[in-house]
Ligand binder design. Structure first.
Ligand SMILES: C[S@@+](CC[C@H](N)C(=O)[O-])C[C@H]1O[C@@H](n2cnc3c(N)ncnc32)[C@H](O)[C@@H]1O
Length: 313
């Protein structure tokens, strides 16, 4: 499980330059997350994120000011219910407008989660992976394209029927080179499992910027469902928004639904997680100290589309 809080811009104080990494060789042409150290100011735009950059000294003040402005003008009480009713409809409209053109393929997924690439090895044997909240398939199709395992089964679910249509019309879906893929409409927060999926049948669940789209009161049912579809010992590979991400601080008045939970201009909802909160949800315990001390990531803004929304990393 990872979360990638955006914490600061490129020109702020940083640790002394590092040229080595415990994780990977940073001289590689495309160093992965956790090994991208800004050593020359001139290189600042050469990556879309830098690791091991501490937040600026006034970060606490910046956060407090932004949150104070949001709390002065939240979404009026009488309108909140309206935004929490039929959220799938707003995502559906999103995919009607954007089809598969909004999100870029999640190329980082394979670096972050080597388990995915291992599953795609020719002799990996039977592996079932379910991508929940698959959207247009930007996480699932790079895996299918790289797959060399004839026994890999991919499942891609979303509660927005237009997202599922976009997935089902992808050439890779229609003729997967190796392995199988099945996509269907399913609400992760509902009290039933997808009709084609047996309990305890999935090895790996991927959740990529999805839990943040649920109302906090829907999380527990989602976790119950994930637990039910996973085999004992199965994995959840998770990435989502971090608390006080720049995207959160930039919300203006009239967007705050509840603490750390917002409504975007297109009426989709977004929550910004804190690590201990996620650890409690998934494991019942707070996050281990080693995880809390892991390097933070700084994102250099990069537009993903001309849409008014902020980007997903
Ligand atoms: C930010 S998009 C991410 C899409 C995809 N995972 C990716 O990385 O490109 C969030 C997706 O979650 C889906 N979603 C939100 N709540 C859901 C729910 N309760 N059940 C199923 N899908 C959901 C939305 O329809 C949307 O496609």
């Amino acid at each position: 499980m990872t979360s990638g809080p955006e914490q600061a811009g490129p020109s702020r104080p940083r640790n002394p330059p590092r040229t080595t990494s415990r994780i990977q060789d940073i001289t590689e042409e495309k160093p992965p997350f956790g090994s991208r150290f800004l050593t020359e100011d001139a290189d600042v735009w050469s990556q879309n994120a830098w690791d091991h950059v501490p937040p600026p000294e006034d970060q606490g003040e910046v956060i407090a000011n932004a949150l104070a402005k949001q709390h002065i003008a939240p979404v009026p009480e009488e309108e909140r219910q309206k935004y929490n009713e039929k959220p799938a409809r707003h995502w559906d409209n999103f995919y009607k407008m954007n089809a598969g053109n909004f999100f870029r393929n999640r190329k980082w997924l394979h670096h972050e989660f080597p388990e995915l690439l291992q599953s795609a090895e020719p002799d990996a044997g039977p592996v079932a992976i379910a991508e929940l909240g698959c959207g247009a398939g930007n996480a699932v199709f790079p895996l299918l394209a790289a797959n060399k395992n004839p026994q890999l089964s991919l499942y891609a679910y979303d509660y927005a029927s237009h997202a599922v249509k976009v997935v089902q019309s992808n050439p890779l879906y229609l003729e997967p080179p190796v392995g199988t893929i099945k996509s269907a409409v399913w609400d992760l927060s509902s009290d039933s499992l997808p009709p084609d999926l047996a309990p305890n049948s999935i090895d790996i669940v991927t959740l990529v910027f999805v839990l943040s789209a649920l109302h906090p009161r829907e999380w527990s049912q989602a976790i119950v469902n994930i637990h039910r579809i996973l085999k004992p010992g199965g994995l959840v590979l998770f990435r989502d928004y971090g608390r006080y991400d720049l995207t959160q601080l930039r919300f203006k008045g009239g967007r705050l639904l509840e603490d750390n939970f917002y409504i975007r201009g297109d009426k989709t909802r977004v929550y910004f997680f804190e690590l201990d909160e996620l650890a409690l949800l998934f494991t019942g315990s707070l996050a281990p100290t080693a995880v809390k001390n892991a390097p933070s990531e700084v994102k250099v803004e990069e537009e993903e589309s001309s849409s008014v929304r902020n980007t997903f990393p």
